[in-house]
Design a protein around this ligand. Structure first.
Ligand code: SAM
Length: 247
């Protein structure tokens, strides 16, 4: 999958992308990521990318012309992207479902804002605006990295064990079950016996029940849209009954 990221801080993106699973996927060529310095698409001596807002007010606004030129150059060199995403706190909330959907596209461009954000006319060149949450960051670099990372995990060959992506929190509308590793006991905190029992049917049932229990406690809102099998529907009924009696 191909990503192009437009930013005024390329080093911030490049350092982050060089690490871990994403770094290895780029090295292998499973992901093709190119980071573009927005200043390379300016035409003045000082490489200015921002200007004061019309009508007055605080802060600066990212000028549209360097962004338009960056998008034209990307389309000319790397082919027309299937999505041009503006990072913005005003955008649609980014979710795991959205990450899965975007992973089906071959080529995605991510635009990182700064200052007071983009000149409104940039919106004419984007296919969608994504927000990573209801808070305001200083720039779109972290949101772009969040989007790329979550999308890339769905791209075949990026995460070693693809089952782990299927089991992750949110993938089926449930939070993931608890995980344990060695040692079996630390400071009197023991790994649940069932996980060390070697009984795979019991382990599977325990994990299902724990995922449901966790979701019920922490994110009951997810359960309405979760796709549950018959066993899970029955487990959920029992868990709700037990909580009802407890409360
Ligand atoms: N004045 C803008 C507003 O209130 O909508 C906020 C601009 S913010 C300081 C600068 C840039 O950071 C934005 O253009 C966007 O690229 C990025 N950004 C900040 N918070 C974000 C969020 N929650 N999700 C996605 N991008 C965000």
């Amino acid at each position: 999958m191909t990503f192009d990221i437009v930013t005024i801080f390329p080093a911030m993106i490049e350092h982050a992308l060089a690490q871990g699973i994403i770094g290895r996927a780029i090295e292998r060529g499973t992901l093709d990521v190119k980071v573009h310095d927005l200043r390379d698409f300016t035409t003045d001596r000082h490489r200015v990318v921002d200007d004061v807002p019309y009508g007055g007010g605080p802060g600066m606004v990212l000028k549209p012309d360097p962004i338009f030129r960056a998008l034209d150059a990307i389309a000319a060199k790397r082919g027309a992207p299937l999505a041009v995403i503006m990072t913005s706190p005003q955008g649609t909330r980014f979710t795991q479902a959205k990450a899965g959907q975007l992973s089906g596209l071959e080529h995605v461009v991510l635009l990182c804002g700064r200052y007071e954000g983009f000149d409104e006319r940039v919106r004419e060149r984007v296919t969608e605006e994504l927000s990573i949450g209801d808070y305001v960051l200083t720039g779109g670099e972290l949101p772009a990295l969040v989007v790329l990372d979550a999308v890339a995990r769905f791209v075949p060959g990026v995460v070693g064990d693809e089952q782990s992506v299927v089991q992750d929190s949110f993938s089926r509308g449930l939070l993931d079950h608890p995980q344990y590793t060695r040692p079996p006991e630390i400071d009197a905190l023991r790994v649940p016996d069932v996980l060390m029992s070697g009984n795979h049917a019991e382990i599977r049932r325990w994990r299902k029940r724990e995922a449901l229990s966790r979701t019920l406690d922490r994110r009951p809102d997810l359960l309405d849209a979760a796709s549950l099998d018959d066993e899970e529907v029955q487990m959920l009924r029992q868990l709700k009954g037990a909580r009802h009696e407890r409360d």
